[in-house]
Design a protein around this ligand. Structure first.
Ligand code: AQP
Length: 337
């Protein structure tokens, strides 16, 4: 099985990214041929600081390595080092419905937050994301719950491409991928506004726990987490704050919701929040230590990216030969050899 996912270098990674995506990336290395990239091109779709971009890519890459991504066991690279992603994105735009792009929640949310310019690339972002995955003919895409709509769209794009350009093919040229969502922890909510997801751009500062936050900061953020009326530690739609804390604890400890509710049946909110903070600190401390060890060596990171991009291009270049051939773009593939 081939697995692909990408992560943005924007901002600093938070607990939602860690639980919803980074941990699953590490686990998926054991399940098949895993391919991951830091999607710097996606990060150009909203205002950003060019002078900080490379640093942010390194920061994000090192968080992934510190969490357990192993470049010997997966293909790990920087998106912009593999130009087939952008070429395929353009080609797939021809089988992407404008109306579908117009319905994307993420575009609406992010476009609404822009003061000066809503870029065309923010609108076409889901096509590039589709190209990221389809270029590898990946079967599974581990992502958080917020990406469901984008995964549905990439599936539609693959189906439409296959139907339009290879209706009679025994093996369709593009694989229609499946989203892989964690059962517990696919949508971690903001600690201050637990009806909104924890987010890099849309969340509250106090409600967003960063992977690199000091233990004291993490404890403070959990201590101040919004809870709900009543005192019972149970999951319920009327208790979004407590439900979120239960979800975080369950995900971090690798146990079910019932086990959490049973463990804290007699506890008070304050004690429970302390226990959640402690579990999160215990989970993130080794990642932070590894991060400090690895971050300084940027030459090593570039070497990892270069080796990863070479392996990635061995796959994507073949996909592009097939796609160009089927679409009638460029010379016949046999004459290109
Ligand atoms: N709250 C979340 N719970 C679980 N998973 C989450 N993800 C994001 N938020 C949550 C998953 O993290 C992966 C990387 O996301 P990204 O590349 O989009 O990174 P980002 O933009 O820094 O993360 P945000 O917070 O999602 O940014 P905003 O809200 O600004 O767009 C993805 O698999 C995502 O599903």
């Amino acid at each position: 099985m081939r697995i692909f996912s990408g992560i943005q270098p924007t901002g600093r990674k938070h607990l939602g990214n860690y639980i919803g995506a980074i941990e699953p990336y590490v686990q998926h290395q054991e399940l098949g041929e895993a391919i991951y990239c830091v999607v710097d091109l996606h990060a150009t779709t909203v205002p950003y600081e060019p002078a900080r971009m490379r640093e942010s890519v390194y920061d994000t890459a090192v968080i992934l390595l510190a969490a357990g991504l192993d470049p010997e066991r997966c293909i790990f690279f920087r998106q912009s080092d593999v130009p087939e992603h952008t070429e395929l994105s353009w080609l797939l735009a021809s089988v992407t419905a404008f109306g579908d792009l117009n319905r994307m929640h993420q575009f609406k949310d992010k476009a609404g937050a822009q003061r000066d310019l809503v870029s065309a690339s923010l609108f076409t972002y889901p096509i590039l994301m589709a190209a990221d995955v389809l270029a590898y003919r990946a079967q599974q895409v581990p992502v958080g719950d917020d990406q469901r709509q984008h995964v549905e769209l990439m599936r539609d794009i693959a189906v439409r491409f296959n139907a339009r350009f290879a209706p009679d093919a025994e093996t369709p040229p593009l694989v229609v991928p499946e989203g892989a969502y964690r059962e517990i922890g696919a949508r971690i909510m903001d600690l201050q506004e637990p009806t909104r997801k924890m987010s890099t751009t849309g969340g509250t500062e106090q409600g967003t726990v960063l992977v690199l936050d000091e233990p004291k900061t993490i404890e403070r953020k959990f201590k101040r987490a919004v809870t709900d009326s009543g005192s019972e530690i149970v999951r319920s739609p009327e208790k979004p704050g407590v439900s979120n804390l239960i979800e975080i604890y369950a995900a971090v400890r690798g146990i079910g919701f019932e086990a959490v509710e049973a463990e804290f049946a007699d506890a008070r909110y304050g004690d429970f929040k302390g226990a959640v903070a402690e579990a999160v600190v215990a989970r993130l401390t080794p990642v932070q230590e590894r991060y400090s060890e690895l971050r300084a060596d940027e030459a090593r990171l570039e070497a990892i990216f270069a080796a990863g991009a070479e392996k990635a291009r061995a796959i994507t270049s073949q996909t592009l030969v097939d796609v160009r051939e089927l679409m009638g773009v460029g010379p016949r593939s046999s004459t290109r050899l």
